[in-house]
Write a protein that binds this ligand. Structure first.
Ligand code: GDP
Ligand code: IMO
Ligand code: MG
Length: 422
């Protein structure tokens, strides 16, 4: 298959989990490289639904090596719960999962700070998943983080945790939140650390060893391009590099070992949390929510929905170097008479063909739309390109061309079988 980075090219929840599951068939190793349990990747196998948060979606196929790389921030208690849930469903973990010893840990004070900062921001809140992701990456950048390798060293872990809790308790008290007990956090984290110990290794060498043996590596992106800390709609973003470059720093695999970059998009746009969404449309939201679709896999929040935004996906093609495009949820548009696509943004006399960096400018923009005729026929039973209604093919060809990447996969339903390869 070649080493492949798969990224979300919109605002997250593009259907990465489903496509990772499909592509894993030809991969040997699947690696998560950024984000944490803010991610929620849904995979259906038959009627069984799995939601992965920290564990790579590749774990659902037997004999695939799955790696949680150094760039991920890990809440060890949440990871143990996720593993227990998978084991209960009969998924094999032992010998297949490896966790980086240099990944940073998420602590209860990170979650509490995340929550308190959102309260303080009031109407300007980000709408985070409240999983402590921002404060955990903040500690990493400030060089005050605690890593897996520390958790594995009881004496050092106790010393570091005591210092960190003392420092964060000062901040929590000032914010009116209850302080944390060192003993309680320490006991819970040591127990989780003992459970995770067999999985913790130097994943950089593991990955390079696998490559030397000719393994194909699939990088499972989390979140999406416009939630990237550098390239997203700052400050309405997450705290990691969700774009293709993050896959290299978050794994220790250099850029010249990457063979292709695949972008995943929905046939329309969704966003969960605050921040601008220019193509937002109440009719599409009502339609999809009415079908029981577009509720967050991690928080259950209804996702905001809108038309496909080709300005954004073209921008995503640029910063990720997208070679290929995978379009999911085509079936979500099956009943729509006329489908709009944003092809430019306009504010006053200024026209943009990329997403402006200043979120205030972006918020003032109006999308310039091109309209496409709908197909008004169900697509969820379609299994090959020729069977798709002609207007659906035209629509897909147009959004791939506007994005500037080669269309290679179309998904018409959540299951493995509902996948069309071009
Ligand atoms: P991820 O975070 O990118 O992995 O995406 P999520 O799992 O959070 O959200 C995508 C949702 O779309 C999930 O409920 C998937 O089961 C579902 N899904 C993925 N592809 C398709 C598709 O082609 N059609 C339909 N109907 N659902 C899909
Ligand atoms: P997957 O991998 C969609 C959003 C949150 C919020 C912002 C910051 O399933 O696509 P955070 O908790 O990261 O500090 O929240 O980012 N967000 C996601 N939105 N899909 C995700 O992951 C997301 N992870 C974070 O809603 O707007
Ligand atoms: Mg998701």
């Amino acid at each position: 298959m070649a080493n492949t980075i798969l990224v979300g090219a919109q605002w997250g929840d593009e259907g990465k989990g489903k496509i990772i599951d499909v592509l894993t068939e030809e991969a040997d190793v699947v690696v998560r490289t950024q984000g944490g349990n803010n991610a929620g990747h849904t995979v259906f196998i038959g009627s069984q639904k799995y939601i992965l948060h920290l564990v790579p979606s590749g774990i659902l196929r037997p004999n695939k090596t799955c790696v949680i790389g150094n760039g991920v921030v890990i809440d060890p208690i949440s990871l143990v719960e996720e593993l227990d849930g998978l084991i209960r469903l009969g998924v094999a973990i032992d010998g297949q999962l490896f966790v980086s010893e240099t990944a940073h840990l998420v602590f209860p004070y990170h979650r509490m700070l995340d929550e308190q900062r959102e309260v303080l921001k009031g109407k300007n809140k980000i709408g985070t998943t409240k999983r402590g992701i921002g404060p955990a990456y903040g500690d990493k950048a400030a060089r005050t983080g605690i890593r897996m390798v520390d958790l594995a060293n009881p004496k050092r872990f106790a010393t570091l945790l005591e210092q960190r809790i003392e420092e964060h308790n000062g901040v929590l008290r000032a914010l009116g939140a209850p302080p944390l007990s060192f003993e309680e956090v320490h006991a819970a984290y040591r127990a989780a650390g003992d459970r995770l110990k067999p999985f913790i290794v130097n994943t950089v060498f593991l990955l390079h060893d696998a490559m030397r043996r000719g393994a194909n590596i699939l990088f499972e992106g989390a979140q999406g391009t416009f939630l990237d800390i550098d390239h997203g709609t700052y400050p309405f973003v997450t705290s990691s590099n969700t774009t293709a470059g993050g896959a290299c720093t978050g794994s220790g695999i250099p850029p010249n070992r990457v063979d292709r970059v695949v972008g995943v998009v929905k046939a329309y746009t969704t966003r969960v949390g605050e921040g601008p969404l220019l193509t937002e449309n109440a009719e599409i939201a009502d339609l999809l929510h009415g079908m029981g679709r577009e509720f967050g896999a991690t928080t259950g929040r209804p996702r905001r929905c809108g038309w496909f935004d080709a300005v954004a996906t073209r921008h995503a093609a640029l910063v990720n170097g997208l070679d290929e495009l995978t379009v999911t949820n085509l079936d979500g548009l099956d009943t729509i008479e006329s489908i709009k696509v944003a092809v430019a943004y306009r504010v006053g006399d200024t026209q943009y063909d990329h997403v402006p960096s200043d979120v205030e400018v972006l918020s003032q923009c109006e999308p310039v739309y091109r309209e496409f005729p709908g197909w008004r026929a169900p697509t969820n039973q379609v299994r090959n390109w020729q069977q798709l209604p002609a207007p659906a093919r035209s629509y897909l060809e147009a959004i791939a061309e506007l994005t500037g990447a080669k269309l290679t996969i179309v998904s018409v339903g959540p299951s493995r079988e509902q996948t069309i390869f071009l």
